[in-house]
Structures are given as structure tokens and as C-alpha cells.
Design a protein. Structure first.
Length: 266
């Protein structure tokens, strides 16, 4: 849990596992923080990997930068963090917005990316309706705070049956959302509305990629994951049963099995 100066931002992060292990950096989604990766960190470090889990600017313990945080800014923060740690190449993974930041890192800093792990995410640019929604949501969070939003989306972040069937996981996800600074979340929403189309860079990517998706994800359904898998020439697809938008939280054993199998093949 160390602050690291990178790209002008003090990014807080955990750096766990053996120093000599192959490096995996895992990027959380919105509006979460690095603790969402606890089940993956435990499995990966046990298997001998070095795992970096940062809090993106405006989330968790990392400071809020008001205004607008483009995905390019967030990717540059992480590239600077890896450079400061002396890490030249890493497996770069992320869920939802974190997956889009992983794609942005591949676009802007291709030499850093050894392989990609893309969970419940989309490479397409935001639609006009989506831009309007994200900008309006940013303003709403500043007025209302995070709790009404967290209550509204919990059964989309997790499959509805897991909200009731996995109360501890639901409470953990809700707590992460409610603990997020509304100004940090708003800045990321404004920036995410302006994200580019990542499909051209992914279509030409030679790096191995693991595409994961919860079988009951309503935000990025299985069909979108299948399209992402078809787009990338060196990818594999894992559909996680019994999960929605956050399969790493909802079904950590199945998620970790797919992840470890993928990493073992690199």
C-alpha cells in the first residue's frame, strides 16, 4: 500500500508476490478500488506471480484530480508507475472501465503489454446517448453522492441472484462504491465519455489475450465478449457461469482458474 509518484499523480497501489515473478497489473473498474482484486491477488501470488493493483486517480486512496480524467490520463499514470518500479513488461488486465484502460495502455504504450486480460468490457467508442448519460451521471453524483447510485446499480454490477445469494459479496461491492469520492468518479465518467475506438489497435494486436465475461452480465453481454474475442487473432474466451458484470468477485474460483491457465500458457 505505497504511494507512487507517476504522471503527476500519487497513485496508491499494492505490490505483492515474489520480486522475480512475472508481473501482472490488474486495473479496477468504476466506481471501485484495488481491493476488488483480493481473490485474484491471493491466487496469483500463491502461484508465484508479482501482482500490482493500483487505485486509479480519484478512486480508493489515490487523490482526486477534479474535472475530467481521460482514459489516456489513467493509462499514462499506470505506465509511469510501472516505469518507476522498473517494470518493462507486464500482463495488463482490467474489468469494465479497467479493461478499457488496459486497451488504452496497449494503444499508447504497446511495449509495456506482454498480454491482455479483458473482463466484461467493450472496445467500442461511446455512443452519443452514452456520452450524454455519463456526463449527466457525473453531475448527479456530485449532487446526490454515491449511495443512491450504488443502490440503483448493485443488481447490474452483480447478477441479481448473487445480490441475495451472496450477501457478503454484495456488501463488499456496495461498500466500495459508496466509499468512492463523487468528484473522482465524476472526473472519470467525463473522460470515459470521450474514449476512442479501440477495435483497430486490438485487431492488429499480436499479444495473447484472455477475454472473460460473466454469463449474465447485462452491461457487456456475452455477445460483446464473443465479438471482442473474434476481433483479436490471439485470444481465448472464458464465459463464467453464475456471474454478472464482476465475475472475479462473484465466482473467484472459476475466474482464477481461467486466469491461471491463461498465464501458464504464456
Amino acid at each position: 500500500m505505497n504511494p507512487q509518484f507517476g504522471n503527476g499523480v500519487n497513485v496508491f497501489f499494492d505490490d505483492l508476490g515474489p520480486r522475480h515473478g512475472a508481473v501482472v497489473i490488474l486495473i479496477h473498474g468504476h466506481p471501485f478500488n484495488r481491493t476488488m482484486w483480493a481473490p485474484q491477488t491471493a491466487a496469483l501470488t500463491t502461484a508465484g506471480y508479482r501482482v500490482i493493483t493500483p487505485d486509479l486517480r480519484g478512486y480508493g486512496e489515490s487523490p482526486v484530480v477534479p474535472g475530467k480524467a481521460l482514459l489516456a490520463d489513467l493509462a499514462d499514470d499506470l505506465a509511469a508507475l510501472l516505469a518507476r518500479l522498473g517494470i518493462e513488461r507486464a500482463v495488463v488486465g482490467g474489468v469494465s472501465m479497467g479493461g478499457q484502460i488496459a486497451m488504452e495502455l496497449r494503444l499508447r504504450h504497446p511495449g509495456v503489454v506482454r498480454a491482455l486480460v479483458l473482463s466484461d468490457t467493450s472496445p467500442a467508442p461511446e455512443t452519443e446517448d452514452g456520452k450524454k448519460f455519463r456526463r449527466e451521471l457525473a453531475e448527479r453524483l456530485l449532487v446526490e453522492g454515491m449511495e443512491p447510485y450504488a443502490d440503483e446499480v448493485i443488481d447490474k454490477m452483480l447478477a441479481p441472484y448473487n445480490v441475495t445469494g451472496m450477501p457478503e459479496a454484495a456488501a463488499r461491492v456496495s461498500a466500495m462504491m459508496c466509499a468512492t469520492d463523487p468528484e473522482g468518479a465524476a472526473a472519470a465518467l467525463r473522460g470515459r465519455a470521450e474514449r476512442p475506438d479501440y477495435r483497430p489497435v486490438l485487431a492488429g494486436a499480436a499479444e495473447p489475450c484472455l477475454v472473460l465475461v460473466g454469463a449474465d452480465d447485462v452491461y457487456t453481454p456475452v455477445a460483446e465478449a464473443e465479438a471482442l474475442h473474434a476481433l483479436m487473432p490471439n485470444s481465448v474466451l472464458a464465459v463464467i457461469d453464475g456471474a454478472g458484470h464482476l465475475p472475479g468477485v462473484e465466482q473467484p474460483e472459476a475466474f482464477n482458474k481461467a486466469l491461471l491457465e491463461f498465464l501458464a500458457g504464456l
